[in-house]
Write a protein that binds this ligand. Structure first.
Ligand SMILES: Cc1cc2nc3c(=O)[nH]c(=O)nc-3n(C[C@H](O)[C@H](O)[C@H](O)COP(=O)(O)O)c2cc1C
Length: 323
């Protein structure tokens, strides 16, 4: 039987970190989407998309606005930061820790051209000194926090992780999230997930989340068998919003869950009713369109149908599927 622990084996921190969570998704995790996910209890915790720390450190107001969609649901929230300047990152963390968050995560994984050109995200994997400086600074200044990093297995080659995974662990991260692709592989189909994640788990002295192409329970089982303590589902979870719950239930005889198609409709209709009840806080047409594209695919008939719906119909009474 594959073990699926409910939380990561960590020693400190007020909040436990659940072992099955969604991968952070910038541009997807909007207020409306997060509210519907929380209302339907589809997740046990969040890792937020990245807050970018570049020229200036965001103030309290900006940080609260960014984090508001995730707070207030009694769920652990790990806040992700993306930057390369250890002093600015440490200052941002001071402001974030005034809120009740479960941990701070550092994004050393993002493959976006713009981010990488500025030396952030995945480009940090080529700069172990800078990664070490950030982690050591945070660990020294905030010894009590749960600290983690999200990485890929390399910039150009998965062999690269051999040099930096042990190093990150020795600087004081509590856990790592490892997307099995390299930065150069972007989101393209890539070989050897099981082998890469087995190596990552062997190299790491702290628990790791496995990430990348988790579309089914079997994908999660592969990652647990490779030595991961936790699993993150991202695009596959949008295609089946009950996927994380299915994975959590691997070892239990829980009642059967709705099918992926029903789960998509349940989530979408929940977004519609939340938007209808409080449009000034929650309604954003772009959120519906973005989520529909991920859930049904941009070429699907359902997506075209939703794209053509008026604002009032999006917030209307009738449930999808529409007759
Ligand atoms: C639209 C989108 C936005 C993402 N934003 C972030 C982000 O802000 N921070 C991060 O660490 N990873 C981000 N990711 C990466 C995912 O968390 C995840 O690691 C990756 O998609 C691989 O998992 P999957 O194959 O299950 O989607 C993003 C992925 C997508 C598709």
């Amino acid at each position: 039987m594959t073990p699926c622990p409910s939380v990561l084996p960590l020693n400190h921190g007020k909040w436990a970190i659940p072992s099955v969570i969604p991968g952070p998704m910038e541009g997807v995790m909007h207020h409306l989407f997060c509210a519907a996910v929380a209302e339907l209890k589809l997740v046990s915790g969040w890792m937020t998309p990245f807050i970018r720390i570049s020229v200036s450190v965001p103030g309290h107001k900006a940080i609260y606005k960014f984090l508001e969609p995730f707070l207030g649901y009694d769920l652990p929230v790990v806040v992700q930061l993306l930057g390369s300047d250890h002093r600015k990152i440490a200052d941002a963390v001071a402001a974030i820790l005034e809120l009740d968050v479960a941990g701070i995560d550092l994004n050393f994984a993002c493959p976006s051209k713009r981010v990488v050109q500025h030396g952030g995200g995945g480009a940090m994997l080529k700069n172990p000194d800078a990664m070490r400086r950030i982690i050591s600074t945070l660990r020294e200044r905030y010894p009590q926090i749960t600290l983690s990093a999200k990485i890929r297995t390399g910039f150009d080659s998965p062999n690269e992780m051999h040099s930096y995974i042990p190093e990150l662990c020795s600087c004081g991260v509590d856990f790592l999230s490892v997307h099995y692709r390299t930065v150069s592989e972007l989101y393209n189909p890539s070989p050897g997930r099981r082998e890469r994640m087995t190596s990552a788990a062997q190299l790491s002295s702290v628990p790791i989340f496995g990430s990348g192409d988790v579309y089914s329970i079997n994908d999660a089982i592969e990652l647990f068998q490779a030595g991961c303590s936790g699993v993150m589902g991202a695009r596959g979870w949008l295609k089946d919003p009950m996927l994380l719950k299915r994975i959590q239930n691997i070892n239990s005889n829980s009642p059967s869950l709705p099918t992926p198609e029903d789960a998509r409709n349940i989530l979408f209709n929940s977004m519609r009713s939340i938007a209808k009840n409080n449009p000034s806080k929650f309604y954003a047409r772009s959120s519906f369109i973005e989520i529909a594209a991920f859930m049904w695919g941009p070429r699907s008939q359902r997506f075209q149908q939703i794209k053509n719906m008026s604002d009032s119909k999006l917030m209307g009474e009738r449930s999808l599927p529409l007759g």
